[in-house]
Design a protein around this ligand. Structure first.
Ligand SMILES: Nc1ncnc2c1ncn2[C@@H]1O[C@H](COP(=O)(O)OP(=O)(O)OP(=O)(O)O)[C@@H](O)[C@H]1O
Ligand SMILES: [Mg+2]
Length: 263
């Protein structure tokens, strides 16, 4: 199975947008996809059209109150385990639990075993992470086979990628858990801005030095992507012929070529 976490401690770089578009792209190709919303902001859950009021969410799963299959819903972009602000309210309780960084792993592994060989057997699990290195992000990293780092072509994203490499080493040291970095991808790119072009080159050189996959295809800054999300749609459904849809598809194909999974 391929378990891809979309991570960057920097906010607003496109983690949720790229997660949703990846789910749309993969489900269009007939793949079985489960998206896990690990962000108490619940952006992805809303974008997938899930109203969480009165429903079981990831929060109850992490608290050990329900089995994970009770929090899985069918959406237009495959299965989803949603979250909302209640997850944020329970962060302290979750972070105080014994083995708090592996709660998701413990909950999901029996589920993966149970669906093996059935109609529900998954090809891809996509995890949308919050803009922080907190207990939720560690839970994602403890099951991820691959990581995608969405970035903007600026200093803050550049520093965040460097900091992520420290976290990667900590995961190896503390949990004996490694994963593949499938790609650093530049989103909201404005090719007419000189500093952005400079940062594109800086990211490219850094990734080469560190032996990390750099996705040379950028995703341009475009109101099509923004409006699509506002309409709870991927850019492929909203404007399939747009330049943004073309960027997105090329970038996602590049990322998928680098995915290692657990094979
Ligand atoms: N290529 C793009 N062009 C224009 N707008 C974009 C693009 N990518 C993302 N956006 C918009 O930028 C905002 C932030 O994107 P998104 O929510 O995906 O980032 P995020 O990294 O998930 O944020 P957070 O860290 O808060 O979870 C959203 O309003 C989204 O619609
Ligand atoms: Mg987000």
């Amino acid at each position: 199975m391929n378990i891809i976490a979309f991570i960057n401690q920097k906010g607003g770089v496109g983690k949720s947008t790229i997660t949703m578009n990846m789910a749309s792209y993969l489900t269009n190709k007939g793949k079985k996809v489960l998206t896990i919303d690990l962000d108490p902001q619940g952006n992805t859950s809303q974008a997938y059209g899930i109203d969480t009021s009165g429903k079981a969410t990831l929060r109850e799963v992490l608290l050990g109150e329900i089995p994970i299959n009770k929090a899985i819903y069918g959406t237009r972009y495959g299965y989803m385990i949603p979250s909302d602000i209640a997850l944020g309210h329970s962060e302290r309780q979750i972070a105080g639990a014994l083995g708090c960084e592996t709660l998701l792993k413990k909950a999901i592994n029996p589920f993966f075993k149970a669906i093996k060989g059935t109609d529900m057997d998954l090809d891809y699990v996509l995890i949308d992470c919050p803009p922080a290195f907190n207990v939720f992000t560690y839970n994602a990293l403890n099951i991820a086979t691959d990581v995608v780092l969405p970035c903007r072509a600026d200093e803050w994203s550049y520093q965040a990628v460097q900091q992520f490499l420290v976290i990667k080493q900590q995961m190896i040291d503390s949990f004996d858990k490694d994963f593949n970095i499938a790609g650093v991808i530049i989103n909201q790119f404005q090719s007419n801005i000189t500093t952005q072009k400079t940062y594109y080159e800086r990211f490219k050189d850094f990734c080469k030095e560190e032996n990390i996959n750099f996705i040379s295809q950028t995703i341009r800054q475009s109101t099509d992507i923004n409006t699509a999300i506002a309409n709870s749609q991927s850019v492929f459904d909203y404007k399939p012929k747009s330049l943004s849809a073309q960027d997105m598809e090329k970038a996602l194909v590049n990322i998928l070529e680098n995915i290692k999974g657990d094979k």
